[in-house]
Design a binder for this molecule. Structure first.
Ligand code: GLN
Length: 305
């Protein structure tokens, strides 16, 4: 195995020296208070060895990364029937796009767009008596960490300003693909996005996707091997919206980003890696996060390709 610690330290130091790149997400007011220079990295292997650099213990907002977990909750209960409500095709559109919804008759192209994740939240309201608790239980169990919490201030801030998501949800509802009260669906979506996490916890959480759907201690099988393959395929093709092709090209790992500045990626059978830096590029993905991962897979020659 490569000397992960020195490679991570080298890339971290090199990237941190560069200034003037990207902007912190401002459309969720609470997120704009974060120190834009924060930069943390964690990597955990399927043997349980952990490597860290920088602000790996600082909490940030999970945001769209939670869409992978929401999808897992719906997929494990419904299996392939879920694909009647949301597709698995890359959209080539921004995360908050209304773009193809009318043409697609309210079936979002994939579950990692906002529209897709909002439909998944509608599904979860039907499947789980208390989906917020079920999500938190799952996150804490996968990350083996009972301290992980929702951040009510971030959720309230997005609820107050989330006009685009309100429009998306109402539009999908008008096309018949949301069945519950729109406000209840959106409240669930905003709450789920608000989970506070650090890169080490995020790595632990996503190790399941590098480990055939199972926690390292083998006590919890979230997904079977085939379902894990499919989740990783959706992350690879849809995890970065209209930058998914570029991420596959530059980095070559299944992964997911969020506007909190986090990115998590996995090399199945080997490791999960999480990077957090709040400044985003114009596609809403962490600027330094992308740079870091591109250099990491290039230097180590470890990617799915
Ligand atoms: N909560 C955010 C939103 O709906 C999530 C977007 C993201 O992280 N890309 O806008």
């Amino acid at each position: 195995m490569a000397d992960f610690q020195s490679i991570i330290d080298d890339i971290h130091q090199q990237i941190i020296a560069q200034k003037n790149y990207g902007e912190v997400a401002g459309y969720i007011p609470e997120l704009s208070d974060i120190d834009p220079e924060k930069f943390g990295v964690s990597l955990i292997t399927v043997n349980g060895v952990c490597y860290q650099a920088g602000d790996s213990q600082d909490l940030f907002s999970l945001q769209s990364i939670v869409k992978v977990l929401l999808l897992s909750m719906a997929y494990t209960r419904l299996g392939g029937r879920l694909w009647q409500r949301v597709g698995v095709e890359p959209s080539g559109t921004p995360f908050n796009s209304l773009g193809t919804l009318e043409y697609d008759q309210g079936i979002p192209r994939n579950p990692f767009s906002n529209a897709g994740a909002i439909v998944v939240c509608d599904v979860l309201l039907d499947l789980y008596e208390n989906p917020r608790q079920a999500l938190l239980d799952m996150v804490r169990r996968l990350a083996d960490d009972d301290t992980i919490q929702y951040d009510p201030a971030v959720a309230a801030s997005e609820k107050a300003e989330g006009y685009r998501n309100v429009a998306l949800a109402n539009f999908v509802r008008s096309l018949g693909n949301i069945h519950n009260d729109v406000d209840a669906v959106l409240a669930l979506y905003f709450d789920c996005c608000s989970i506070a996490i650090n890169t080490e916890q995020l790595c632990r959480l996503f190790l399941v996707f590098a480990n055939n759907g199972q926690t390292l201690d083998e006590h919890y099988q979230l997904l079977n091997v085939s379902q894990t393959k499919r989740m990783n395929a959706i992350m690879l093709t849809c995890g970065f919206y209209d930058e998914a092709g570029d991420f596959a090209y530059q980095v070559g790992l299944p992964g997911k980003s969020g506007v909190g500045g986090g990115i998590v990626a996995v090399l199945p059978g080997h490791f999960s890696i999480a990077v957090w830096s709040p400044r985003l590029n114009e596609k809403g993905n962490s600027f330094r996060g992308l740079q870091f991962l591109e250099q990491f897979t290039t230097k180590t020659q470890l990617s799915i390709f």
